[in-house]
Design a protein around this ligand. Structure first.
Ligand SMILES: [Zn+2]
Length: 264
């Protein structure tokens, strides 16, 4: 009985703090500080060289993306997201087993929060959101596991490639998981990754409809024609659609249409 009571109290505390996090993180009065923790996912020399080359400028396209989209939605805060590069970690976050059920997933999520709490917060700077980016040598790991972003604890775990030519694509995944932590949902079909119409289209009112000039961030792919879609190479090809804006409590009603210079 006592053990169950303690467990229930822990879960109640987690639920309350999740609710408070969500309220605080989607008020959009002040910038959200997003700490990026790089982690080498393998022993490859390619990966360690890549990690050594990382600097704060590497993640600036993420900040600029949110500034551009916030302006389009007339958000009060000009720079809604400020990424901060942290020193690489030696430890890897706990992995969820693909067969985990509801209870095992709940425990894994608690373990991840505890792991993140121990691994982070050693600098005197706010960390509203923590994104742990595990870099893989593409020659050793051509396909990485699915990244994830949890509203519980505002934690993202991103599986990325330690390759400069993948920088732009990695940024798209980081921004996608970042919005999951803020409560945004996926806008693609789980079976074939196809963006869902209309919410998963960069501009569902574009004429002609195809090819779409932009991908919607939570769909993660740009429609080339009615039956072809492609991963964007960088955030230059990506926008935040009205459905996603609503989920993260941006003023979705008043957005200007997307203007992309780099869209092809
Ligand atoms: Zn997603």
């Amino acid at each position: 009985m006592l053990r169950i009571l303690v467990l229930l109290l822990v879960l109640l505390g987690v639920a309350l703090s999740t609710w408070a996090d969500r309220y605080r993180s989607t008020r959009w009065r002040t910038p959200l500080y997003v700490a990026i923790y790089p982690i080498a996912a393998d022993d490859s020399a390619v990966t360690s060289r890549y990690l050594a080359s990382l600097d704060a400028a590497r993640f600036q396209p993420i900040d600029l993306f949110f500034t551009r989209e916030a302006a389009r939605y007339r958000l009060d805060v000009r720079e809604p997201v400020k990424t901060r590069l942290r020193t690489p970690l030696d430890d890897q976050p706990p992995r969820r087993s693909p067969s985990a059920g509801i209870l095992a997933t709940a425990f894994w999520s608690l373990r991840l929060r505890y792991w993140a709490w121990r691994a982070s917060g050693h600098v005197g700077e706010p960390e509203d959101i923590r994104i742990f980016v595990l870099y893989h040598d593409p020659a050793l790991t051509p396909v990485v596991p699915h990244s994830l972003g949890l509203t519980k604890g505002l934690i993202g775990v991103v599986y990325a490639f330690a390759a400069p030519e993948m920088n732009g694509a990695n940024d798209v995944v980081i921004a996608h998981e970042l919005l999951h932590t803020l409560g945004a949902s996926d806008k693609y079909s789980p079976g074939n990754d196809a963006p869902r119409f209309p919410d998963g289209y960069g501009d569902p009112r574009q004429v002609p409809l195809y090819p779409q000039r932009a991908a919607e961030l939570m769909a993660g792919r740009r429609m080339l024609s009615a039956d072809r879609w492609q991963q964007p190479e960088s955030l230059d090809e990506v926008v935040i659609g009205p459905a996603t804006a609503l989920e993260i409590r941006w003023p979705a009603g008043s957005a200007d249409p997307p203007h992309l210079s780099a869209g092809r």
